[in-house]
Ligand binder design. Sequence first.
Ligand SMILES: [Zn+2]
Length: 490
Amino acid sequence: MSELTFTPVIGLEIHVQLATKSKIFCSCSTDYIGAVPNTNVCPVCLGLPGSLPVLNAKVVEYGVKAALALNCAVNTATRFHRKNYFYADLPKAYQISQYDLPLAEKGYVEIPTEDGGRYHVRITRLHLEEDAGKLVHEASDGRLVGADQSFVDYNRGGVPLAEIVSEPDIRSAAEAKEYVARLRQLVRYLGVSDGDMEKGSLRVDANISVKCSDGRWGDRAEVKNLNSLRALERALEYEFKRQSQLLAEGKTVTQETRHWNDVEGVTMATRSKEEAHDYRYFPEPDLPPLLLPDGYVDKIKETMPELPWQKVDRFEKSYKLNETDAMILTEHIPLADFYEACVKAGASPQRASNWVRTEVLRIMNEQKIEIEDFPIKPAVLAQLVSKVDDNKISTTAAREVFDMMAARRISLEEAMSECGVEEGGISGSNLENMVRGILKNNADVVEIIKTGQDKKGKKQKFLQGLIMKEARGQADPKEAASVLAQLLEE
Ligand SMILES: [Zn+2]
């Protein structure tokens, strides 16, 4: 009997909070994070009798922008429906959503594969809807378990959402993560959402089922509470294993909603009220059909910013960068802007790319800062990089100066003088610093020399060669040899 194999089949439903200033059907502020509960509310978003919703035009614009970037066909004649369900976070007891006529359909996102290829995750639909309020459960010990009272905050109620539903085209947890990362990057590029998963402005529900090589299929599980890309990947890996195991044992997989527990690293079945859903959808009588005027979509097409893959393409062509480097530099627009400002200020594209991808990202990581707060301005980095390009200072010296500027937020001139780096020939403390750097990076060679195993002096010559290479002809060989000998004595 041949070994059974299993394939995961994954589709994602993503709710993206659209970054409009006011809510989807009223003029209340959408800025609910940290706001006093129930202060950004009005009769419309509280669902008081007699209040009428008015559609926010900006929401439609953002929805169409996202739809176009996702290669969707935009429906110019659509409408809203009422999705009826009773829950305390929904004051009207229905959510205004879209049903049979979503704003957009049939798109795709292109995902790079590990082997350098490309494949498409198809988008079924993108529709607009309103967010619900938030329930806060409070137990005497502050935990959810055993909560004896719940509070409701309607500040989030009526915040605009775009729900983006994919076809079940995803075949691994890693691909799911890549898809969400691309989508998040896209909404950020478009400026239609901040895409922050931890804050809940991008929420992912994952549907996963498993296909067995003997032809059996398990039912799908819907996994919720995925608050980061890491959680998404872990939860899907866990579910794939769990469902495969059940099938391997000849059992069936039941359709259910499961909750990801990030601390325990497991998914758990939630009380099953599945299949009982009857939302009794019907057209929203308080809103007219949404008819996009002629030329509306074309106009939005004209305002589309450069999209991530277009930027990658341009960076490859204009700056002669390879794809991997271009992708790293274009991950976020501000980082891409920083890089381009550096090149515009005179740095060579390749060297600027190396510096931004390694040194700049390292400092951002160490200091836990965003590129907008980077202590060294692009023009200053360009000056520093140009000094290396023009052989005025060595790479090692430039790195030291860079670190000094980043740590102490001082000027290039001050940092150079602090580090004892001077333009022109590499000598004195400059040379010494450089040799120290080389020795540090070649500790194994140094060890051989120091323990007297370098009888013919080949290793020392090798180090001397490294020094001259790094100095690119700017150091006096005799001085270099003496500094090297002196430091090897230490
Ligand atoms: Zn309101």
